[in-house]
Design a protein around this ligand. Structure first.
Ligand SMILES: [Ca+2]
Ligand SMILES: [Ca+2]
Ligand SMILES: [Ca+2]
Length: 389
């Protein structure tokens, strides 16, 4: 068994401190540091905008046509092409650009433009502890598990901080993994959050480390959050568009991101992928609020599962967002041991950890995955069913 050095412990402690999580006096010491994403979560990025327009009807490569239309829209509105940062070609097409308020006002008058949304910071946060690797952890034993390798034609797309690409307990498809962060080519996880999510879904059943709900599942890292666990809404949109273009029906996307606020563009891209048979497990969020206030968890679809969190006693987690108008199911999300960056293991809590239990069940059981029992003390008065066998 791998021992953790005092230096690693110190480093982990520092990482836990970065999150600047909200404290909640009503919860016990195990839960009280894991609530809020970083202080910057939801912060609008000054001058950064996501602009969408109706898909140009084209033959030939859509991406090139979208780049052309983006250039046209900027040119006719007398905006320098240097403002353009990236384009995306999904359910709607669009671009991300650095714009003045006056330029935004002009774009909003352009009949080709459907939406202009500010780009914002999205992030994650979880309380961290060092874990001793144990093969079958309580949450996976109680959720149920199966051999994810049996479903190797399916892919788990993990939109997160990346995955530790050479973690010995994970079956990462490095060739298909990629980064959506400007200036960072590698999808390797510098934070740990995405690796933890990946292990809950698919850690190998190999007598070492932990075992995932769909052990050995093929994991693809789509990195949208940096080492601090921060990224941009526009990066998530690009990653979801990427899955629409490269995923197959029955594939599963895990989104354990706490984006504050809503985005019609992001919701529409999730719909486009879900319409193609791609299944989503989405964290309800850790604000202790109505889940309907957050994209894309607010988006309802037969293939989209928004997940709240319960602890090992089935009690609703104090940090979990709620509301059965959008929340579909609860899963274990308090003190969950799993893989971590640098080949390590850690214990994290959050709806970030609940969603991948559902993602694993979606891989081995499909969208008719089992539930048993309900959450205690669900704050919305309608007890969520708990995803488990
Ligand atoms: Ca293992
Ligand atoms: Ca829903
Ligand atoms: Ca509920």
């Amino acid at each position: 068994m791998k021992r953790v050095s005092p230096f690693s412990l110190l480093l982990l402690g520092l990482l836990a401190a970065i999150g600047s999580c909200r404290r909640d006096a009503e919860v016990g010491p195990a839960e009280d540091c894991l609530v809020k994403a970083s202080a910057r979560n939801g912060e609008i990025l000054p001058g950064e905008f996501i602009v969408s327009f109706q898909n140009p009807i084209v033959s030939g490569p859509v991406e090139a046509r979208v780049a052309d239309v983006s250039g046209d829209i900027l040119a006719t509105n007398r905006i320098d092409e240097a403002a353009l940062e990236q384009t995306f070609a999904g359910a709607t097409s669009g671009f991300v650009a650095h714009l003045s308020d006056e330029q935004v006002a002009r774009l909003r008058q352009d009949p080709r433009v459907t939406e202009v949304e500010p780009d914002r910071v999205v992030s994650m946060c979880a309380c961290l502890d060092v874990a001793e690797p144990r093969s079958l952890t309580w949450d996976v034993r109680k959720t149920g598990y199966g051999n994810g390798l049996n479903f190797s034609q399916k892919t788990a797309w993990i939109i997160d901080t990346g995955i530790d690409l050479d973690h010995p307990d994970l079956n990462v498809d490095r060739d298909r993994s990629r980064s959506f962060i400007t200036g960072q080519a590698s999808a390797d996880d510098e934070n740990g959050h995405g690796t933890h999510v990946a292990g809950i879904i698919g850690a190998l059943n190999n007598r070492q480390g932990t075992v995932g709900v769909a052990s050995g599942a093929k994991l693809v890292a789509l990195k949208v959050l940096n080492q601090l666990g921060e990224g941009r809404i526009s990066g998530i949109i690009s990653a979801v568009v990427h899955v629409s273009q490269n995923g197959r029906s029955g594939d599963v996307v895990n989104l354990s991101l706490g984006g504050e606020g809503t985005s019609a563009i992001l919701d529409r891209e999730v719909k486009n992928a879900a319409d193609r048979g791609i299944l989503f497990a989405i964290a309800a969020g850790n604000e202790g609020q109505a889940a309907r206030n957050f994209s894309p968890g607010r988006f309802n679809h037969a293939n989209v599962f928004t997940v709240s969190a319960v602890d090992s006693t089935d009690a609703f987690a104090s940090f979990s967002n709620f509301g059965n108008d959008v929340v579909d199911v609860a899963a274990y999300g308090v003190k969950i041991p799993s893989t971590y960056r640098g080949g390590r293991y850690a214990i994290l809590s959050g709806t970030s950890m609940a969603a991948p239990h559902v993602a694993g069940l979606l891989l081995i059981r499909g969208r008719q995955f089992p539930t048993r029992g309900t959450a205690r003390n669900d704050p919305d008065g309608q007890a969520d069913r708990i995803a488990r066998e």
